[in-house]
Design a protein. Sequence first.
Length: 455
Amino acid sequence: MSSVVQDAQKAGQRVGLKSDKIVINGGKPLRGRIEIRGAKNLATKAMVAALLGDTPSLLKDVPDISDVGVVTGMLNAYGVSVTEIAPGELLLDPSNVLKAHFAEIDALAGSSRIPILFCGPLLHRLGEALIPDLGGCRIGDRPIDFHLDALRAFGAIVDKSYEGIRLTAPNGLKGAQIELPYPSVGATEQVLLTAVRAEGVTELKNAAIEPEIMDLIAILQKMGAIINVEPNRVIFIEGVDSLDGYEHRALFDRNEAASWASAALATEGDIFVGGAKQQELMTFLNIFRKVGGAFDIHEDGIRFYHPGGTLKPVVVETDVHPGFMTDWQQPLIVALTKAEGVSIVHETVYENRFGFTDALIAMGANIVVHKDGLAGYDRRVARREFEQAAVITGPTPLHGADVVVPDLRGGFSHLIAALTAEGRSTISNVGIISRGYEHFIDKLALLGADFIYEG
Ligand code: EPZ
């Protein structure tokens, strides 16, 4: 990979360039070894947690992705210095926390949803928080009502204005009894980050228990928090007066691992994903095997490969942990276009997460999205009347097309589709992919993909 490409990619990561594109000549299996580092969905939250400490924190294995850049910018705006002391190792020093100007926060926060998690820590440190309109992937309404209801339960006063949301806590934050309507990852993190320094005990019911949340709890415990995870999605948090910094190596990115695994399967390739671990991927591995993929678990990673033969169709339902993650379905669906027969993927977490299939259809896939789910289908989790189902009939050879990346995971599935397709594809707006996939251009080159990246 030339340094020009690397520089261009870095520039794309920094500013989230909308114009960058990649031209892919498909049909070549991806083969080789890549390394993955800390999870986007843990590292960014761990960085916010550093704001709660009285002393500096050291976070290791931080991925070089643009969402980390967004959180770094926000922490800087609040007076937290973030220094990369070694590759992937961030020293976060909160000793000079100060009030940031709203314009500064607004400019920084626009492309991410993480800013909402600053609420609790900022209320504890500064007595107020100002949250602008949130960004993140456009995959449904993605409201923040669970977050705001939880913050109100702690005693925060929430004022909505044209600028965004202003929170204050004139009487401090007090432990609360909270039951989430749904085991939301972000709302669970919001409660944890707020309750650890609230006065008294918080009981959180219907909490999310994703591995990234368990890793955040481990970090908070290192800082001095007292958190008990009970059976049946109940978490008790006993508030403490102060917290220290932490030293922690971030959990690996299981979403990135599953994405490259699906890329190996769809392209009939063989990818060793260094840093991937079995435990957090068990549900994915079962489905991967049922589709016809093979994997070998090693101490330093997992080898994913297509063992030959035909792929088999599956019925999958996305769910909260320990279910099949919503972030795994998009890359898997590309592999399912190669399976012999009819696969069904039900999306139960987000109400609008099949938009990316339009591009796959343009490339020759036979996918029908049932916007209201499948009537009469015996659902394991009947969550919402508006949940969707995608029916994929294969095998259908894909051909090259010009597509525009709609969101992070959908974008990665477009990359895989183009890599499997006959002919040339142009994928625009690939900057979004660097929100969550570290150095993906370099990794594609390492795996032997035939492409030209135009920043
Ligand atoms: C996190 O989003 C991840 N993002 C998502 O990853 C992931 O898909 C999701 O969890 C589920 O695992 C980050 O960690 C930054 P939720 P989050 O709150 O926390 C509804 C990726 O590509 N809801 O568990 O925002 C919501 O609309 C991203 O890496 C409310 O109704 O997810 C959704 O339908 C995309 N009100 C459901 O709950 C609320 O106040 C689950 O959302 C909050 C959520």
